[in-house]
Write a protein that binds this ligand. Structure first.
Ligand code: TNX
Length: 564
């Protein structure tokens, strides 16, 4: 994996500071997040006026419309977009040069690189692929004064510095997980969150749609999944386990007495809403990766259709947190049910990856169920781990037949991993290391660095969280490539993502508080992939200062980081 030196970035910051000191009328210093790979400041500025037009080459009109729409509220007018043939000086050119690749050209099909040049006569963004053009547009937005992000018209001059930026990401998977199983999040917020991902040049939304506490995706064939499974009678109050007393420690089989709020809670997304979100994300070059959990985290589904479960006990949708023992049974009929569910999931989500969970599947109910034991014997499986592996393989085969790729949490390694599967390493880097060595693709979601449900400060005064401590600086110094891997093995690390599990996060405002600015730090980690010793946290904090003004203007409820 190629690492990009930190001194390049420090160098442009330094030369920029010097230049702007020399020319008093220069526009504000560019504070881009994520920092671009290469940026050179040129003398002079470009001024956007009521006469400025956007010009686009073939295939770039959607991005031109996007740029125009993003700038319109603050400008108070929409920049007209026209085909490039009509070019006139003073315009913004979006140029897609999607030519056949020549020998020695190492642009991958998923190429996200771009070149942005600003001079006094105009702006030019060129890229081989639409994604690159889109990221050039994100950089351009950040070159303007921060007020460009306002939702109402601003009376001011729109001047940007002349620069040349040549940029491309280090990793292809730059993501965030949002858990809507524990707490449901409204459609408008999901879109706003996607906007933030795009601004940070992130390209994956891992949408955790099913869990013990709620099934949030409408499935036509099985209406009770949402009719029953999307609703729980009430929700735990306070922290899970807080009510554990000395007798619970002495006699662990006595359940601690938890308090619940008595409020029915739930919600789900209709197919139409999902389509709308997926389209919205696509326009912003964000792939939505749906997660349908199996074989564990299945209590809401089992509450809806008890025949899918592995125990005779009737159960409702889970009201509290912690790992549920309710697990799908491994009957062929259950596999068929899941295939039917996934068929509808594939109709709604057109991109490659489908996440099937696989984490924290307690096997107690399989161990205690004679029918499951018999199935194990019939299928020649040695233990419950192999049964889990059998389960995942059935699903992997099905997804592969349908031209999709299975991705799952690192527990899918247990008992042997399906061949084409991609592994998401959450229990530290261990699963990622094992998977990469076995030749599997890996996404790092290390719970020591990327769990944004953990506390951001140890000084108290933070809203109740699940635990842990992952401050901004720790995220900024995260290295997604485990040190134990050889160069060749590390080529399997697709990238990294942050996790927003929502047991203790009830509202969009709280999601934002936990997400920002840790997302901003992670965005830079996955864009640049610098060696940790080449990163400059102080310089990041300085750029972040300006970036937080953007978030402020966009009404994002970020957490103000402490000076370090
Ligand atoms: C573990 S990460 C889980 C989630 C929880 C999270 C809380 C993973 C694959 N499973 O179900 O929400 O910890 O931090």
């Amino acid at each position: 994996m190629v690492k990009y030196p930190g001194h390049l970035i420090s160098l442009w910051l330094l030369s920029w500071t010097l230049l702007s000191a020399l020319s008093p009328c220069a526009a504000a210093a560019p504070n881009l997040i994520p920092a671009p790979l290469e940026m050179t400041r040129k003398s002079g500025n470009f001024r956007l006026t009521a006469d400025t037009r956007i010009y686009y080459t073939r295939g770039a009109s959607a991005i031109a419309d996007y740029l125009s729409a993003e700038l319109a509220p603050a400008l108070g007018w929409s920049l007209p977009a026209q085909a490039a043939e009509a070019w006139q000086a003073g315009g913004i050119l979006l140029e897609l040069n999607d030519e056949p690749q020549s020998a020695g050209d190492n642009r991958a099909p998923g190429d996200e690189s771009y070149l942005l040049t600003v001079d006094e006569n105009g702006v030019r963004i060129s890229a081989a692929r639409p994604a690159g053009l889109f990221y050039g547009v994100q950089s351009l937005r950040q070159l303007f004064p921060v007020e460009i992000f306002a939702k109402e018209k601003q009376e001011r001059d729109w001047t940007i510095p002349c620069v040349r930026i040549a940029d491309q990401p280090a990793f292809s998977w730059r993501g965030m997980l949002l858990d809507v199983g524990r707490h449901f999040m409204p459609v408008d917020f999901i879109k706003q969150f996607i906007d933030q991902l795009a601004l940070h040049k992130m390209n994956r939304l891992h949408w955790h749609l099913t869990d013990d506490q709620g099934w949030r995706l409408e499935i036509k064939r099985y209406p009770l999944l949402t009719g029953v499974g999307a609703w729980r009678d009430e929700t735990l109050v306070g922290h899970y386990g807080d009510s554990r007393r000395w007798w619970n420690r002495l006699f662990p089989w006595i359940e601690p007495v938890h308090q619940y709020d008595g409020q029915r809670y739930g919600g789900f997304y209709t197919r139409q809403q999902v389509r709308d979100i997926v389209d919205y994300a696509r326009t912003r070059h964000v792939m939505v990766v749906p997660e349908i959990e199996m074989p564990g985290h299945a209590q809401a589904a089992v509450a809806a259709y008890p025949e899918l479960g592995s125990s005779d006990e009737a159960v409702g949708v889970k009201r509290g947190w912690g790992v549920s023992p309710y697990i799908y049974n491994p009957e062929q009929s259950t596999i068929d049910f899941l295939k039917n569910v996934l068929t509808e999931v594939m109709e709604l989500f057109p991109d490659d990856y489908i996440h099937i969970g696989g984490d924290e599947a307690r096997k107690d109910q399989w161990i205690n169920n004679p029918r499951v034991q018999l199935l194990m014997e019939e299928r020649g499986l040695e233990n419950e781990e192999e049964m889990q592996s059998w389960f995942i393989r059935q699903i992997d085969e099905f997804l592969s037949q349908n031209g999709r790729r299975l991705i799952g949490w690192d527990e899918i390694l247990q008992g042997g991993l399906a061949r084409g599967a991609t592994v998401m390493s959450w229990r530290g880097a261990t699963g990622g290391i094992a998977a990469a060595r076995a030749g599997h693709d890996v996404v790092m979601a290390d719970n020591n660095y990327t769990y944004f449900d953990h506390y951001q400060s140890e000084s108290g005064g933070e809203p109740l969280a699940i635990g842990g401590y992952i401050p901004l600086k720790k995220v900024y110094y995260y290295d997604p490539i485990p040190g134990a891997l050889t160069e060749e093995e590390s080529s399997h690390i697709l990238g990294a993502q942050g996790q927003l599990w929502t047991e203790y996060i009830k509202t969009p405002e709280h999601v934002e508080y936990m997400a920002f600015p840790r997302v901003s730090a992670l965005a830079e980690v996955v864009w640049l992939n610098q060696e940790p010793e080449q990163r400059d946290y102080q310089a990041f904090l300085q750029r972040l200062d300006v970036h937080l003004q953007r978030l402020e203007i966009m009404n994002i409820n970020y957490r103000q980081p402490e000076e370090d």
